[in-house]
Design a protein around this ligand. Structure first.
Ligand code: ZN
Length: 126
């Protein structure tokens, strides 16, 4: 089947899904940065990097069989996975205020919002 000048088959669908997912991470990151008015890399960026790069890597390995293309997507999924592990570990150790429920950094001793002492890790890894 030909559509938009492209001959579509299973690997074309997987490759274009990889392109769409991998590219969409930049829109997610840009949106987060604009929303927070500072450079921000949300967890969704790394999830999209992981999924998109695995789709593109499988397309490169099993369909294109091209060394340049394979190398380009050989490492992004590793970096994304490592960043996700670090992100969720960090979230687990953040502290939440018993009074105002503000989330404070791991090393905080006092709530950033109301100033009362905050105790050990209490935030779920959402
Ligand atoms: Zn507080």
């Amino acid at each position: 089947m030909t559509f938009l000048g492209i001959e579509w088959h299973m690997w074309k669908v997987i490759g274009w899904m990889g392109n769409a997912v991998f590219t969409s991470r930049f829109l997610v990151q840009w949106y987060a940065t604009e929303k927070h008015k500072q450079v921000t890399v949300p967890a969704a960026f790394w999830w999209l990097s992981l999924l998109g790069s695995l789709l593109l890597l499988s397309y490169a390995v099993f369909h294109e069989k091209d060394s340049v293309f394979i190398f380009a997507y050989l490492f992004p999924w590793l970096v994304a996975t490592r960043n996700l592990i670090i992100h969720y570990r960090h979230k687990k150790t953040q502290k939440i205020c018993a009074v105002c429920h503000t989330v404070s950094p791991t090393k905080a001793n006092f709530c950033m919002n109301c100033g009362i002492p905050v105790a050990g890790p209490q935030v779920s890894s959402v």
